[in-house]
Each structure stands twice: as structure tokens, then as C-alpha cells.
Design a protein around this ligand. Structure first.
Ligand code: ATP
Length: 369
């Protein structure tokens, strides 16, 4: 399976930079998800990797070989599109065999490849059907199967699940993850759905306006978002982000926000405008008096999700979101007091939007990551 290296890759459309100076290494066996809002350049980046679009600048290497201007068919990559692109007049078997027609290969070998792909994807009983006789999920599997038969160096997928209903999407997500594990294959997968990214990726690339905001494992992206953008984009409900200020008092760094003060850690720092982030699940009633950030407001709305409740709390003009167990009595219009432990606060430089990390002695200061 292939390793893909992307260096300084850009794509300019009529003066507009759809992809802007992207550096990315997809290791052999990675499941990389390109994640970002509509129009951030995911598809454009994938199409450049596939060889369907010539980059304006930058290089692409596959297994050490420069393929920047090599035609798509010579890159040994397979692409699976959102609109399965199956041939309606051909049976599933013939659809699966189609990509092999251009390859010099014996009929026996072709049959074997089709059989292997059909078995891997549970399509054995559907081989004689036409695409119109299949469900959306089955069609999607045939589309993946067509990529599989070619035994490519890597699989490139552009929102392949977006036409499926919610339940089927969950099943197919698991199937894709299993397939990836079984094949030990390299996947590059485009989506704007953070749940797909969190559940399937070994590595997530968060894109914003053509630029890379952060590259990391799903856990790194969730636990330590590198910017306000990532913090607000990944996670449901989205991270609470409030304006605040960092300063030092009595040998402690502290954060002032939403009318309260959180003691962070021993040390000193210059007074600094910051954006302070905290996840809904870290807002706990039990932590209301632990020295972290205190949220004191009125319950504006409660959403009961069955397993838990999402509580919207009005603090002055701000709306803060908390999740809590169903056993917690929360009543609309009543007071809600909770706290976020200092270790669960995320600090971002207000001017740059980048994450700030606490740098330990010998020079205690706050540094932009
Ligand atoms: P989506 O999730 O909506 O598919 P995306 O992140 O995949 O979005 P792209 O399709 O890569 O985004 O598009 C990135 C930007 O480039 C958009 O602003 C889009 O309008 C623009 N764009 C894409 N293709 C072209 C083109 N052929 N000519 C001009 N502009 C284009």
C-alpha cells in the first residue's frame, strides 16, 4: 500500500485559492480524513491527489515518486465518489469487473478478483442484479468493490456515505473501518461530517478556507484543538467559546470570563486577551466551587436526548451549553450553577485564534502553539 506526500500544494481558481499551501503525509495504512465545512477545499485537494486536477503549485509524491503531473490512470489510486457512478445496464458482477477490462489479465484472474471483492463486501448473492435492484447501501458497496478489484495503492473517497440514511451510514461506517483494517490499506476520505471523521480516521486533517488548521488523531483534535476554528467545528454540541482575559494575581495565572475568575496554575503572565473554551460535558454542577470557571445563569432550554440532557444556560447575554445526566433536575427559567475544572479549560490567543499552551519552568509563560 502507498505512502502519499504532499508538499506546499495549492490550487487557484480565478484568483481564489481553493487549496492553499497544504503539507500532508499520508502514511502507508493510514485512514486519513479530510474534514471541514462546505467549500474549504477538501474535494479539490482529493482531486489533485487523484490526478484529476493539475495543482497550481506544490508537489505530490507517492511512494517517493513525484507524480505531480502524472495522469490519474498511472497513479495506481482508486477513487470512490459520492454518486456511486455504477453502470445501470450492467450486472453487479460486470460492474465489479469493469475496471479490470483495461488491465492485461487472464479471465480466470479477473473472475478471482471479482469473487474476492464480492466476498469481502458481502455481495456474493447480488452478483447478477442490476444497480436499480439494489439498496443505497448495497450500491455503495459495489462502488467500493469496484475500487477494491484493482488492488490500488490507496483508496480515495469523496463523501461516499452522504446518500445513505442515518442507520445505514452507521453500518457502512463500521464496514469501511473493518475493510480498512483487513486490507491494511491507505485511505484518504473526504467528509464534512465530524462523526465520520472521529469514528473512522487514524488521522484527521481539519481544513478551513483551503488551509490546514490541524492534523492529528481524533483524540488529539478533540482534546487539544489547535485553534478556535477546530474547537468550534469538532464536537457536538460545539465547544463553548467565550471572550476572556488572562492575567496574574498572587502568584497564580488566572482567567477572567463570564463574570468570574478561574485560578489556573502557579506562575505569572502578561495581561492577555484570550478566548476561553470548555466542552459541554466538562461543565459540572459538582465543580461549581473548585476554583475553575464558574457558570452562573438561568436555564433557557433543555433538550432531552434520552440518555442525557443538553442544557442551554443564559449567562448575561451569552448562551452556554452543558450536558448532564437525566437524574439532574433542570427546570427552564431556574438558576443553573456549575463549574469547569481548570484542567478542562482551553485557552486561545484572541488575536490569532491559536491555542495557547502552558510552558512549565524555567521560563513560565503562555505560548501560542
Ligand atoms: P463541499 O463539502 O461542499 O463539497 P469542499 O470542501 O469539497 O466542499 P471544494 O469543492 O474543494 O470544497 O471547493 C473549494 C472552493 O473552490 C469552493 O469555493 C469552490 O466554489 C471552488 N471551486 C471548486 N472547483 C472549482 C472550479 N472548477 N472552478 C472554480 N472554483 C472552484
Amino acid at each position: 500500500m502507498s505512502r502519499i506526500e504532499i508538499v506546499g500544494l495549492s490550487q487557484q481558481f480565478k484568483g481564489h485559492r481553493a487549496v492553499d499551501d497544504v503539507d500532508l503525509t499520508v502514511e502507508d495504512g493510514d485512514f486519513v480524513v479530510l474534514l471541514g465545512p462546505s467549500g474549504c477545499g477538501k474535494t479539490t485537494l482529493l482531486r489533485m491527489i487523484a490526478g484529476l486536477l493539475d495543482p497550481t503549485s506544490g508537489r505530490i509524491r507517492i511512494d517517493g515518486k513525484d507524480v505531480t503531473h502524472l495522469p490519474a490512470k498511472k497513479r495506481n489510486l482508486a477513487m470512490v465518489f459520492q454518486s456511486y457512478a455504477l453502470y445501470p445496464h450492467l450486472s453487479v458482477e460486470k460492474n465489479l469487473a469493469f475496471p479490470l477490462n483495461v488491465l492485461k489479465m487472464s479471465q480466470e484472474k479477473k473472475r478471482q478478483r471479482v469473487h474476492e471483492a464480492a466476498t469481502a463486501l458481502g455481495l456474493e448473492d447480488l452478483l447478477q442484479r442490476k444497480p436499480r435492484e439494489l439498496s443505497g447501501g448495497q450500491r455503495q458497496r459495489v462502488a467500493v468493490g469496484r475500487a477494491l478489484v484493482r488492488e490500488p495503492g490507496a483508496y480515495l473517497m469523496d463523501e461516499p456515505l452522504s446518500n445513505l440514511d442515518a442507520r445505514l451510514r452507521t453500518n457502512t461506517r463500521q464496514e469501511l473501518t473493518e475493510l480498512h483494517d483487513r486490507l491494511a490499506a491507505t485511505f484518504v476520505y473526504v467528509t464534512h461530517d465530524q462523526v465520520e471523521a472521529m469514528t473512522m480516521a487514524t488521522k484527521i486533517v481539519v481544513l478551513n478556507a483551503g488551509r490546514v488548521e490541524q492534523i492529528g488523531t481524533p483524540q488529539q483534535i478533540y482534546d487539544a484543538p489547535a485553534s478556535v476554528f477546530v474547537a468550534g467545528f469538532v464536537g457536538s454540541p460545539p465547544m463553548n467559546l467565550v471572550d476572556g482575559e488572562l492575567s496574574a494575581h498572587d502568584g497564580f495565572v488566572q482567567a477572567d470570563a463570564i463574570g468570574t475568575t478561574a485560578r489556573l496554575w502557579p506562575g505569572s503572565c502578561e495581561r492577555h486577551p484570550a478566548t476561553i473554551g470548555f466542552r459541554a460535558e466538562h461543565l459540572r454542577i459538582a465543580d461549581a466551587a473548585t476554583g475553575g470557571l464558574r457558570v452562573d445563569g438561568l436555564v433557557h432550554q433543555v433538550e432531552n436526548l434520552g440518555s442525557e440532557q443538553i442544557v442551554y444556560v443564559k449567562v448575561g447575554e451569552l448562551m452556554v451549553v452543558a450536558t448532564c445526566g437525566r437524574e439532574v433536575p433542570v427546570v427552564r427559567g431556574e438558576r443553573f450553577v456549575a463549574g469547569v475544572a481548570a484542567k478542562n479549560l482551553h485557552l486561545f490567543d484572541r488575536a490569532t485564534g491559536r491555542r495557547m499552551e502552558w510552558v512549565e519552568d524555567p521560563i513560565p509563560l503562555l505560548a501560542g502553539a
